[in-house]
Design a protein around this ligand. Structure first.
Ligand SMILES: [Fe+2]
Length: 410
């Protein structure tokens, strides 16, 4: 077994520093100087089937040999075109030997790389910055902003359409605001049919529902949905009757000169937290009780049983389902029914507080985007006899929005 330190001394020679960069089959920056860690590799020691690595900023981490073998990025272990894993640990004849130091023939390192020679002749090379980012026990820094509840003074960010479609950072500012606040405005766009589809498709495929891939919001004869009437719409989330409701909604305004029709929004996560603080029993009832949501028309009967407030493992709100039109029969025991109605009214009362709402009048050429599983939306009634009101909308998956930001960050 070669000593790591002996190699370090040899590779520390400036003559040997100009090495070809190691391709880790990874599109996110991991090399020094490209938004990746600046720390260099200081030491590597092998003990008890793990390599302990230390970087110049004192970060240290233990890398099990089996992990290192599994993450080899050579052309045989990672497909050079798809970057997907080819290595199959179940078929590795060395696998049993990873339980001791015996699987490794030798290793060497310098400031920027680590090279492992395995007993079967395979050689794995790692970029030190890539290992730094993925050091076991350290969370890989996320490129995504965390969702931040609205304060009472919250106003959404506005991005100008020309900046969104231009070369600058307008697009990533728009995505960041949407991920952080769950609501963002796009201003001064063209009043063109399907502009909302072009914007959506520049991010990902439109998420289709029983209302199609792209929908028009205006009053129509014989509507199958309250949105297609002129009546006011209480704050709600769309399609809570789906197992996975649409994540992101885009609403693009083409005409809005009818009287009324102002839009309103509320942060469902913030409202849920207020309910938890003011009325813990109501919060518990809405987060623990599954109720039925359902939409029915001639061709559909889409139903699901879920809570109004869905919590994650840490007890934080993860999703709000609130849509009074498509709440189905409340199918609970008599005791539960009374407690649930009380809790539902308490949540709804907080939603109606003016300080919880952002109100705005959409202008032609303006688009609002919001996280439909967090932010509730509604509108005032409008008078279709005083002018036209026409919005075009579609949905996007959150995965596509997050993907878009990661790609923009490259
Ligand atoms: Fe809606």
């Amino acid at each position: 077994m070669s000593s790591g330190n002996a190699f370090n001394d040899a590779w520390g020679d400036p003559q040997n520093q100009k090495q070809a960069p190691i391709d880790m089959a990874e599109l996110r920056h991991y090399r020094q100087g490209r938004g990746a860690p600046a720390a260099t590799l200081d030491s590597a020691t092998l003990q008890a089937r793990r390599l302990t690595l230390t970087w110049s900023d004192s970060r240290t981490g233990q890398f099990p040999l089996m992990w290192l073998r599994d993450h080899c990025a050579c052309d045989q272990c990672r497909h050079p075109m798809t970057r997907e894993r080819l290595y199959k640990l179940l078929d590795d004849p060395l696998w049993e030997r990873f339980a001791s130091d015996d699987a490794l023939e030798s290793f060497e390192f310098d400031a920027h790389s680590l090279t492992l020679a395995w007993r079967d002749g395979h050689v794995s090379r790692f970029d030190a910055g890539w290992l730094y980012q993925r050091c076991p026990g350290q969370e890989l820094a996320t490129l995504l902003p965390t969702a931040t509840p609205w304060a009472e003074t919250f106003t959404p960010d506005h991005i100008v359409h020309a900046d969104f479609v231009g070369e600058g950072d307008g697009r990533s500012r728009w995505v960041r605001a949407l991920l952080r606040d769950g609501l963002v405005m796009l201003d001064q766009g063209p009043c063109e049919l399907e502009e909302v589809s072009r914007i959506a498709e520049s991010i990902g495929p439109m998420r289709s529902t029983n209302f199609g891939g792209r929908f028009d919001v205006r009053s129509v004869p014989n509507p199958n949905n309250a949105a297609y009437t002129a009546i006011g719409l209480e704050l709600h989330t769309d399609l809570p009757n789906w197992r996975q409701p649409p994540d992101i909604q885009l609403l693009y305004c083409l005409e809005n000169d009818a009287e009324g029709g102002e839009s309103s929004f509320a942060d469902g996560f913030a409202v849920a937290e207020i309910l938890r603080a003011e009325n813990p029993d109501a919060f518990r009832v809405l987060s623990e009780t599954l109720i039925d949501f359902r939409f029915q028309d001639d061709g559909h009967d889409i139903a699901v049983r879920e809570p109004v407030i869905d919590l994650d493992e840490a007890g934080r709100p993860r999703e709000i389902r609130f849509n009074n039109w498509i709440r189905d029969t409340l199918s609970l025991s008599a005791d539960q029914i009374e407690a649930w109605y009380d809790a539902y009214r308490a949540f709804w009362q907080i939603l109606r507080r003016p300080e919880q709402r952002v109100e705005l009048t959409l202008e032609p050429g303006q688009m609002v985007a919001f996280d439909n599983r967090r932010v509730l939306h509604g509108r005032n009634a409008f008078d279709p006899n005083t002018g036209k009101r026409h919005l075009q909308g579609t949905y996007l998956d959150l995965d596509m929005l997050q993907s878009h930001l990661r790609v923009l960050s490259r």
